[in-house]
Design a binder for this molecule. Sequence first.
Ligand SMILES: [Zn+2]
Length: 232
Amino acid sequence: MNQTAHLFRVQKLDLELDHNHKRIQEINRILESDQTIQKARSRLQTAKFDVQKAHQKLREIEETARSVQTKMEISENKLYGGKIKNPKELQDIQNEIAALKRRLSNVEDEQLDAMVDLENNDQILKKAEANLSESQADFAQRSAGLLGEKGQLEKINDRLSTERAAAIGFLPDDSLQLYQSLRSKKNGRAMALIDDQCCGACGTSLRPAELQSAHTSKITFCPTCGRILYAG
Ligand SMILES: [Zn+2]
């Protein structure tokens, strides 16, 4: 194997490593940002907030009902206590009690509505809790596949890295440096395979001298894209 063959082998390993590394990063992104769980969490939060609000509203209405009842008791005590004899004053108290009764009836209607509202919100909360558990279980299942794939890719990359370390052992430092610097400039591909007398990367037709040079172990560059030519 001449040095361009070794370089081409290193490039093949590097491209495979790049590809696997990209997929590992993609898997990490998926694992970190699962939309379904985020949406389920947000729905649960809203449902919790709505239940709290409904509870609060019901408590306020109950408080109002108690206050109206207390006022009625006071008025009734006055009415039947026997201390007040003045008919006009007694009539006023009777009117007041009648008004309080109407008020209480309204408040009780509101209380009923608030209880129904709370019950509905409780149902929504229970559904949201179940939905989050389901999403989490589903995600765990999906993640198992992704985590398995990630582990597999990491194992493959370990093997490829070992092969790469062995392959670069055949190369002089300056060739390897040239390869690395070209690789960073040429989108990961420092080498081009000659295909039907053309550069396999950019398609430029190669002159006989370039073809001949590439067939020896000499490093030959494509005159157009500047990659190292490999005769194959
Ligand atoms: Zn080229």
